[in-house]
Design a protein around this ligand. Structure first.
Ligand code: DX5
Ligand code: ZN
Length: 222
Protein backbone atom coordinates (compact mmCIF):
# COMPACT_ATOMS: atom_id res chain seq x y z
CA UNK A 1 0.00 0.00 0.00
CA UNK A 2 1.21 3.51 -0.85
CA UNK A 3 2.48 5.38 2.22
CA UNK A 4 1.41 8.94 2.85
CA UNK A 5 3.81 11.73 1.93
CA UNK A 6 6.28 12.84 4.56
CA UNK A 7 7.84 16.30 4.54
CA UNK A 8 11.50 16.74 5.46
CA UNK A 9 12.41 20.45 5.63
CA UNK A 10 16.11 21.16 5.13
CA UNK A 11 17.68 23.49 7.69
CA UNK A 12 20.24 24.44 5.04
CA UNK A 13 17.85 27.30 4.21
CA UNK A 14 17.41 28.41 7.84
CA UNK A 15 19.32 31.25 9.50
CA UNK A 16 22.56 29.53 10.57
CA UNK A 17 22.81 31.93 13.52
CA UNK A 18 19.52 30.54 14.83
CA UNK A 19 19.47 26.85 13.93
CA UNK A 20 18.05 25.79 17.30
CA UNK A 21 15.09 28.12 16.89
CA UNK A 22 14.57 26.82 13.34
CA UNK A 23 14.41 23.25 14.61
CA UNK A 24 11.90 24.32 17.29
CA UNK A 25 9.74 25.92 14.59
CA UNK A 26 9.84 22.79 12.42
CA UNK A 27 8.83 20.63 15.38
CA UNK A 28 5.92 22.98 16.13
CA UNK A 29 5.02 22.94 12.42
CA UNK A 30 4.75 19.13 12.54
CA UNK A 31 7.48 18.36 10.03
CA UNK A 32 7.97 14.61 9.68
CA UNK A 33 11.76 14.60 9.50
CA UNK A 34 14.40 17.30 9.93
CA UNK A 35 16.74 17.12 6.95
CA UNK A 36 20.33 18.10 7.75
CA UNK A 37 22.63 18.74 4.78
CA UNK A 38 26.28 18.01 5.53
CA UNK A 39 28.69 19.35 2.89
CA UNK A 40 32.47 19.11 2.92
CA UNK A 41 33.75 21.54 0.27
CA UNK A 42 35.24 18.54 -1.56
CA UNK A 43 32.52 16.12 -2.65
CA UNK A 44 30.36 19.21 -3.17
CA UNK A 45 31.50 22.83 -3.55
CA UNK A 46 30.12 24.07 -0.22
CA UNK A 47 30.82 23.65 3.51
CA UNK A 48 28.01 23.42 6.01
CA UNK A 49 27.25 21.44 9.15
CA UNK A 50 29.48 19.10 11.19
CA UNK A 51 28.72 16.50 13.85
CA UNK A 52 29.04 19.00 16.73
CA UNK A 53 26.13 21.00 15.34
CA UNK A 54 24.01 17.85 14.87
CA UNK A 55 24.77 16.90 18.48
CA UNK A 56 23.78 20.35 19.75
CA UNK A 57 20.50 20.29 17.80
CA UNK A 58 19.77 16.76 19.05
CA UNK A 59 19.03 18.20 22.50
CA UNK A 60 16.08 20.22 21.11
CA UNK A 61 13.87 17.36 19.91
CA UNK A 62 13.32 13.64 19.48
CA UNK A 63 11.99 14.19 15.92
CA UNK A 64 13.70 12.09 13.24
CA UNK A 65 17.03 13.59 12.14
CA UNK A 66 17.51 12.75 8.47
CA UNK A 67 21.21 13.44 7.90
CA UNK A 68 22.35 13.72 4.28
CA UNK A 69 26.10 13.32 4.03
CA UNK A 70 27.65 14.97 0.98
CA UNK A 71 31.21 14.15 2.01
CA UNK A 72 34.08 12.08 0.64
CA UNK A 73 35.78 10.12 2.05
CA UNK A 74 32.87 9.28 4.32
CA UNK A 75 33.83 6.23 6.41
CA UNK A 76 36.21 8.10 8.77
CA UNK A 77 33.42 10.50 9.79
CA UNK A 78 30.51 8.03 10.04
CA UNK A 79 31.11 7.26 13.76
CA UNK A 80 30.94 10.97 14.63
CA UNK A 81 27.59 11.44 12.91
CA UNK A 82 26.23 8.20 14.44
CA UNK A 83 27.28 9.39 17.92
CA UNK A 84 25.81 12.83 17.26
CA UNK A 85 22.31 11.35 17.09
CA UNK A 86 21.37 10.83 13.45
CA UNK A 87 18.26 8.64 13.02
CA UNK A 88 18.74 8.21 9.28
CA UNK A 89 22.23 8.52 7.85
CA UNK A 90 22.40 8.79 4.07
CA UNK A 91 25.59 8.41 2.06
CA UNK A 92 26.16 9.04 -1.63
CA UNK A 93 26.79 6.05 -3.88
CA UNK A 94 29.35 8.24 -5.68
CA UNK A 95 31.26 9.15 -2.50
CA UNK A 96 33.43 6.10 -2.14
CA UNK A 97 34.30 2.63 -3.44
CA UNK A 98 32.94 0.63 -0.47
CA UNK A 99 29.22 1.28 -0.29
CA UNK A 100 28.38 -1.97 1.55
CA UNK A 101 30.95 -1.25 4.23
CA UNK A 102 29.49 2.20 4.86
CA UNK A 103 25.92 0.87 4.96
CA UNK A 104 26.92 -1.95 7.33
CA UNK A 105 28.65 0.50 9.65
CA UNK A 106 25.46 2.57 9.85
CA UNK A 107 23.18 -0.44 10.39
CA UNK A 108 25.44 -1.96 13.05
CA UNK A 109 25.07 1.26 15.03
CA UNK A 110 21.28 0.77 15.03
CA UNK A 111 20.69 3.68 12.66
CA UNK A 112 18.58 3.69 9.48
CA UNK A 113 20.77 3.73 6.35
CA UNK A 114 20.11 5.67 3.16
CA UNK A 115 21.84 5.80 -0.21
CA UNK A 116 21.69 8.95 -2.33
CA UNK A 117 22.12 9.21 -6.09
CA UNK A 118 23.26 12.29 -7.97
CA UNK A 119 21.18 13.17 -11.04
CA UNK A 120 23.82 11.67 -13.34
CA UNK A 121 23.86 8.29 -11.56
CA UNK A 122 21.52 5.58 -12.88
CA UNK A 123 18.84 3.93 -10.74
CA UNK A 124 20.69 0.60 -11.01
CA UNK A 125 23.35 1.98 -8.61
CA UNK A 126 21.13 0.99 -5.65
CA UNK A 127 20.52 -2.60 -6.78
CA UNK A 128 23.41 -4.13 -4.86
CA UNK A 129 22.33 -2.57 -1.53
CA UNK A 130 18.54 -2.60 -1.81
CA UNK A 131 18.36 -5.56 0.57
CA UNK A 132 20.24 -3.61 3.26
CA UNK A 133 18.99 -0.03 3.23
CA UNK A 134 15.99 1.88 4.60
CA UNK A 135 15.95 4.89 2.28
CA UNK A 136 16.85 5.85 -1.27
CA UNK A 137 17.44 9.55 -1.90
CA UNK A 138 17.00 10.72 -5.49
CA UNK A 139 18.66 14.09 -6.05
CA UNK A 140 16.74 16.39 -8.38
CA UNK A 141 19.56 18.97 -8.42
CA UNK A 142 23.32 18.48 -8.38
CA UNK A 143 24.02 18.67 -4.65
CA UNK A 144 25.85 21.60 -3.10
CA UNK A 145 23.39 24.47 -2.76
CA UNK A 146 19.81 25.22 -1.91
CA UNK A 147 17.58 27.18 -4.24
CA UNK A 148 18.38 25.38 -7.51
CA UNK A 149 15.78 24.40 -10.13
CA UNK A 150 14.13 20.97 -10.10
CA UNK A 151 15.57 18.71 -12.83
CA UNK A 152 12.29 17.45 -14.25
CA UNK A 153 13.86 14.69 -16.34
CA UNK A 154 14.75 12.96 -13.05
CA UNK A 155 11.09 11.95 -12.67
CA UNK A 156 11.79 9.02 -14.99
CA UNK A 157 14.51 7.83 -12.62
CA UNK A 158 12.26 8.37 -9.58
CA UNK A 159 9.71 6.07 -11.22
CA UNK A 160 12.43 3.49 -11.92
CA UNK A 161 13.52 3.60 -8.29
CA UNK A 162 9.89 3.26 -7.14
CA UNK A 163 9.55 0.10 -9.24
CA UNK A 164 12.77 -1.37 -7.84
CA UNK A 165 11.71 -0.66 -4.25
CA UNK A 166 8.25 -2.15 -4.78
CA UNK A 167 9.76 -5.22 -6.39
CA UNK A 168 12.11 -5.68 -3.41
CA UNK A 169 9.10 -6.07 -1.09
CA UNK A 170 11.00 -4.16 1.59
CA UNK A 171 9.93 -1.00 3.42
CA UNK A 172 12.23 1.62 1.94
CA UNK A 173 11.55 5.36 1.84
CA UNK A 174 11.95 7.01 -1.56
CA UNK A 175 13.05 10.54 -0.80
CA UNK A 176 13.41 13.33 -3.37
CA UNK A 177 15.68 16.31 -2.71
CA UNK A 178 16.22 19.51 -4.67
CA UNK A 179 13.97 22.22 -6.09
CA UNK A 180 10.81 21.04 -4.32
CA UNK A 181 7.96 23.57 -4.19
CA UNK A 182 4.17 23.22 -4.35
CA UNK A 183 4.33 22.42 -8.09
CA UNK A 184 7.29 20.06 -8.23
CA UNK A 185 6.15 18.30 -5.04
CA UNK A 186 3.15 16.97 -6.94
CA UNK A 187 5.36 15.87 -9.85
CA UNK A 188 7.80 14.04 -7.57
CA UNK A 189 4.92 12.41 -5.69
CA UNK A 190 3.27 11.30 -8.94
CA UNK A 191 6.58 9.74 -10.01
CA UNK A 192 6.68 7.70 -6.78
CA UNK A 193 8.31 9.76 -4.01
CA UNK A 194 7.14 9.31 -0.44
CA UNK A 195 9.45 11.75 1.36
CA UNK A 196 9.96 15.29 0.06
CA UNK A 197 12.92 17.42 1.15
CA UNK A 198 12.37 21.17 0.84
CA UNK A 199 14.68 23.94 1.98
CA UNK A 200 14.19 27.28 0.27
CA UNK A 201 10.45 26.76 -0.22
CA UNK A 202 9.79 25.97 3.47
CA UNK A 203 11.92 28.87 4.81
CA UNK A 204 10.94 31.48 2.19
CA UNK A 205 8.88 33.46 4.73
CA UNK A 206 11.27 32.90 7.65
CA UNK A 207 10.80 30.40 10.47
CA UNK A 208 7.34 31.79 11.29
CA UNK A 209 6.12 30.79 7.84
CA UNK A 210 7.28 27.16 8.00
CA UNK A 211 3.98 25.71 9.20
CA UNK A 212 2.02 27.27 6.34
CA UNK A 213 4.58 26.21 3.77
CA UNK A 214 4.65 22.61 5.04
CA UNK A 215 0.84 22.58 4.88
CA UNK A 216 1.00 23.79 1.25
CA UNK A 217 3.32 20.88 0.36
CA UNK A 218 1.03 18.37 2.07
CA UNK A 219 -1.97 19.72 0.17
CA UNK A 220 -0.10 19.72 -3.16
CA UNK A 221 1.26 16.20 -2.75
CA UNK A 222 -0.94 14.17 -0.40
C1 DX5 B 1 21.21 20.17 -2.01
C2 DX5 B 1 20.71 19.68 -0.66
C3 DX5 B 1 19.25 19.89 -0.52
C4 DX5 B 1 18.87 21.32 -0.65
C5 DX5 B 1 17.42 21.47 -0.88
O1 DX5 B 1 22.55 19.96 -2.11
O2 DX5 B 1 20.94 18.31 -0.49
O3 DX5 B 1 18.72 19.30 0.64
O4 DX5 B 1 19.25 22.06 0.44
O5 DX5 B 1 17.21 22.82 -1.02
P1 DX5 B 1 16.07 23.41 -1.95
O6 DX5 B 1 14.79 22.88 -1.43
O7 DX5 B 1 16.25 24.87 -1.79
O8 DX5 B 1 16.37 22.92 -3.34
ZN1 ZN C 1 19.77 17.14 1.17
Amino acid sequence: MRRSTRIAPSILSADFAALGAAVDCLVAAEADYIHIDVMDGHFVPNLTIGPAVVQALRKRTALTFDVHLMISPLDPLLPDFLDAGADILTVHAEAGPHLHRSVQQIKQAGCRAGVALNPGTPASAVDAVLGDIDLVLAMTVDPGFGGQGFLRAQCTKIAELRARIDESGRTIDLEVDGGINEGTAAEARAAGADVLVAGSFVFADGPGGCAGRIRQLREAAP
